[in-house]
Design a protein around this ligand. Structure first.
Ligand SMILES: C[S@@+](CC[C@H](N)C(=O)[O-])C[C@H]1O[C@@H](n2cnc3c(N)ncnc32)[C@H](O)[C@@H]1O
Length: 317
């Protein structure tokens, strides 16, 4: 039995880790970086880059570069860099630079001195492994241990490290929580985000992720596993993705908003094309329908529109 954080790291980023597999995340689940949604998201990021004065977009945890490929076709004037745990995927347009990362909270050494950059982390922090703890008595937490082969869990005799407990006291207090409720301690994500910030001299960081804030922390935990498009049991054996929502308000930030509001502020229009276009230019009409449907999906109030957008602006000059 090992603490979840260690088992999770090996399962995703060990030598045979899930994310080192050939297909990449897109082989197992769909995100807003893929297909027509990715095209609209890329369009929005282009607008954001202009608004923030960025000429270089860095996508940390970029999968196989899906969002960057969309961005490259929409905005060939922007410098683009992808960062993920594999070697540069074959077939990626030559204009897109690539850095390979160790994975999880650890970023590549070569990712430094970013200037005039928009640094995007789209669904990265939710796969940065974190400590998982369980309430075992009034205000008392125990580490949750897991068997990496079966996924069977048991509370440890000991509690989380002091630094994790300090994070909980500040961001996820448990005094009023029922026995058995869980905490996904955000310290590892806060530190990974801070490490990313330390590589930026001047620019804007944007994390887009599933998240929660102190007023509504989930009681049962959010750890979820995906394999081949389906939710499966959370077994840290390298055969499935393992993800847990991000305590977004504990990340150092300048602005915290929802995807719905963020995309609206960037001018993403969800209105369908004018009906007359169907007869005057059927293919433009169809393309417009695909685009407006994607924009509607990205901003849907009870769906993807609830994703959190976390901004941090840096000028270390
Ligand atoms: C949930 S997937 C999201 C992929 C893509 N951003 C998207 O939205 O489709 C998370 C990705 O983060 C990558 N990742 C995890 N830790 C990383 C790190 N330290 N540096 C770069 N990429 C990392 C994983 O390999 C995986 O491809």
């Amino acid at each position: 039995m090992v603490p979840w954080k260690a088992a999770w790291s090996t399962a995703l980023y060990g030598p045979h880790g899930f994310y080192r597999g050939d297909t990449g995340p897109a082989g197992h689940f769909t995100t807003s970086s893929h297909g027509p949604l990715g095209a609209v998201l890329a369009e929005a990021l282009g607008v954001l880059a202009d608004r923030e004065g960025a000429t270089h977009v860095v996508d940390v945890g970029c999968g196989r570069g899906e969002l960057l490929v969309h961005l490259h076709s929409a905005r060939p004037d922007l410098r683009l860099t992808g960062v993920d745990v594999v070697e540069r995927p074959s077939g990626l347009p030559g204009a897109i630079s690539w850095l390979s990362a160790p994975g999880g909270a650890t970023l590549p050494d070569a990712l430094v001195d970013l200037e005039d950059a928009l640094v995007v982390a789209h669904e990265w922090l939710d796969v940065v492994p974190c400590t998982i703890a369980e309430v075992v008595g009034p205000g008392r937490l125990a580490l949750v241990l897991v068997d990496p082969v079966t996924g069977v869990e048991t509370p440890a005799a000991e509690g989380p490290a002091d630094e994790d407990l300090a994070w909980c006291a500040r961001h996820w207090p448990v005094e009023d929580r029922a026995v058995g409720s869980r905490v996904e301690v955000g310290l590892a994500r806060d530190r990974a985000w801070a490490d990313l910030a330390s590589r930026v001299r001047r620019g804007t960081m944007l994390a887009v992720d599933y998240g929660h804030t102190r007023d509504a922390r989930p009681a049962g935990g959010t750890l979820t596993a995906y394999r081949a498009g389906r939710i499966v049991d959370a077994v840290p054996d390298g055969s499935c993705d393992l993800t847990a929502h991000v305590a977004v308000d504990s990340l150092e930030h300048d602005e915290l908003t929802t995807q719905r509001d963020a995309l609206r502020s960037l001018g993403i229009d969800t209105r369908p094309p004018a009906p007359d276009l169907a007869s005057s230019d059927p293919s433009a009409y169809l393309a417009g329908l695909v685009r407006s449907s994607a924009a509607a999906a990205l901003t849907e109030e009870h769906g993807l529109g609830r994703f959190r957008w976390v901004y941090r602006r840096i000028d270390a000059a």
